[in-house]
Write a protein that binds this ligand. Sequence first.
Ligand code: UDX
Length: 473
Amino acid sequence: MQIAILGCGYVGLVSGACLAEIGHSVVCSDNDEGKIRTLIAGGLPIYEPYLSEIVTRNVAAGRLSFTADLGEAVRHGDVVFICVGTPPLQDGDADLSAIDGAARLIAVEARSSKLVVEKSTVPMQTGQKLTRALAIYGRNSKNSFTVASNPEFLREGTAVLDFLHPDRIVIGVSDEPAETKLREIYRPILEQSALPCPIHQRDCPTKDTPALLVTSINSAELIKHACNSFLAVKISYANLIADICEKMGADVEEVMRAMGLDPRIGPAFLRPGLGFGGFCLPKDIQAFIRLGEKAGVDVSLLRSAELINKRRIDHFLTNATHWLWTLKDKRIGVLGLSFKPNTDDIRFAPAVDLIGRLLQEHAQVRVYDPEAMAKTRELFPAIHYGADAYEVAEGSEALMIVTEWDSFRDLDWPRIRSLMQRPLVLDGRNLLNGKEMVAMGFEYQGVGIPPAETWGPNAAQPVEAPLAQRLRT
Ligand code: UDX
């Protein structure tokens, strides 16, 4: 099938490359000419495992191309996927101006009728507005436009695998031809046996055939927000339990393990730590809160989840201050900058908030991340960027683990201990084994581990509210 992709961000690039991989002819377009130049030259504007090999293979096979001429892309596609950004506005609402812009472009540039598919995350009822916009902008054309919703459930870092081996595919449609077309597009994925493994059997999950859910457009739009907000609530719940564990004397890892074994709860998204970041969960829960408020629904559950998340850095710094007394002039190493491992994305990353706060306290900040250094440098040009974790550890009075990259677990920790001025590790993701760390001579603080069991010479009650408040202001 001939497919156009508007927007070459994470969603657009991964979707475009994977749709080409399963046999479609795809033209991807973006109004950022620099991004398109990079793509045409064989580069990628983002780091995403497996994406590079899939893009290279499909460009070579002539199934995938890139153009800065959005009209050309629209004319190529019988089906046009809108994958443009919907960033948060000041009040938390999603900014839909790029969706409106895409509607105008499609209506004006189309030379034939199109199925227009929303893939960007949008609030409910956007499909209706998009249908209206296409009719208004295309009022002088003979072409007709049908709208469908096909939310993405791609996690950064595993987006290619998520696309090609999904748990479910949701298509929100208002008529049968749209359903038939979308079924046809996803047929190779729905019939997994027909899909040659793009990852060359490496890491390729053997999954059951994904479920296909055909819903109304409104339901499809709601499913996306409902899923992401639920995940956010689950993480905040784990963090709430972690705080109780710290205060009252239990180990959150033990509690979460037991909770996760209940099939009604499940183990995923119960990892406590510095909270959820990235460009989806924080903005989606905000937009969902706004949507609920406008609908006159009580959204206090979502508000609380959001608030708990916003306070994670306060809590972490309160504990840090307990160990370090004051942060001023302390040399502090930060390991991990991306909002989660296996990505270079730092949008709404806890590390960004944390570094800002450490600088406010006049700490000397030294950082390292396997992928996200370049993007962080744009935000914080004046801090020290280490060549590796060892350089960051050198002379530090504390090492903060902010993103749980696997490679950090495998570091030569005895070497790190010998390099540090004070061997204190504040593990914001419970990446390491506290007992082993103490056995190696570290002072160690995880998340949700009570002070009595926070092994180390200075173990005592963490300081309470007044200091936390001082750090906040
Ligand atoms: C999310 C959704 O998972 C995905 O389905 C959707 O399409 C896009 O948004 P992503 O933003 O890539 O994906 O990240 P995700 O894996 O959901 O993690 C979000 C944040 O939550 C990260 O900062 C992560 O560190 C944090 N997290 C996750 C926790 O703090 N604890 C957990 O148990 C899980």
